[in-house]
Design a protein around this ligand. Structure first.
Ligand code: ATP
Ligand code: MG
Length: 222
């Protein structure tokens, strides 16, 4: 299993999700769906071990994430995209934004350039975008840049919170095509969506949340 949650309670100051049990297979594409406020983002942040308030067991490839060394390895292998990514740019230029994690990890200049070029090509972004500021690009481009800044680290697990919300059809298709290619290369994807058509087209597994509980899980019929 890529991820197992066993009797997990999680939340912020207060516990929001109670007794969550979940199994996610390696190289699968999992969707989390449910109404506004049902707990989707909280669940995704729980899977990503991003909340302070987590009780129970979260295993990644069988190892427990409450151990700090395991958590460090998990972080290195995981790419997380927050909901409403537009608001979360930290750097002055797109180039700095995309390279940020690699520079922090002290990756060599050659390797950074190689990775960035590869990802730009994959996402069909032109080199010119690198010199722009996050304020000069469209909402759709921001999404693609946010994905680029995750993909340069070659993550094995992607946690994506409504990544295509607000994208036009063309960019959405591009986004999904890229995710499909990554899945074919062995990446595991866990994604929140509001659209059942996405689940039907791409999902291997779907979890339905209602009122902060998983009320159903299954394999979408194609
Ligand atoms: P949406 O579709 O609007 O994104 P969601 O399904 O992602 O909704 P969550 O954001 O997980 O829902 O919210 C679930 C519950 O957790 C809500 O009752 C919300 O008030 C609470 N909650 C979410 N974020 C926080 C936070 N930062 N601090 C405290 N409570 C929060
Ligand atoms: Mg949400």
């Amino acid at each position: 299993m890529e991820i197992s949650l066993k009797k997990v309670n999680s939340g912020y100051d207060e516990i929001i999700l109670e007794n969550v049990n979940m199994e996610i297979e390696e190289c699968s594409w999992t969707f989390i769906i449910g109404k506004t406020g049902s707990g989707k983002s909280t669940l995704l942040q729980t899977i990503g071990f991003l909340l302070n308030n987590i009780q129970g067991e979260i295993l990644w490839k069988g190892i427990n994430l409450s151990n700090s060394q395991n958590l460090k390895k998990f972080r290195e292998a995981t790419g997380y995209m927050f909901q409403y990514t537009e608001k979360q740019f930290f750097n002055n230029t797109i180039k700095e934004e995309i390279e940020y994690i690699l520079i922090k990890k002290k990756v060599s200049r050659e390797e950074i350039d190689r990775n960035v070029n590869e990802v730009l090509k994959l996402l069909k972004l032109s080199n010119e975008i690198l010199n722009k500021s996050p304020y000069e690009i469209s909402g759709g481009q921001k999404r693609l840049v946010a994905l680029a800044s995750i993909l340069v680290t070659s993550p094995k697990l992607l946690l994506l919170d409504e990544p295509t919300a607000g994208l036009d059809l063309e960019n959405k298709k591009l986004f999904f095509d890229v995710l499909k290619q990554l899945k074919n290369k062995g990446v595991t994807i866990i994604q929140i969506s509001h659209l059942f058509e996405d689940v039907l087209e791409y999902g291997d597994k779907v979890f339905l949340l209602e009122n902060k509980k998983i009320i159903n899980e299954g394999v979408p019929l194609k």
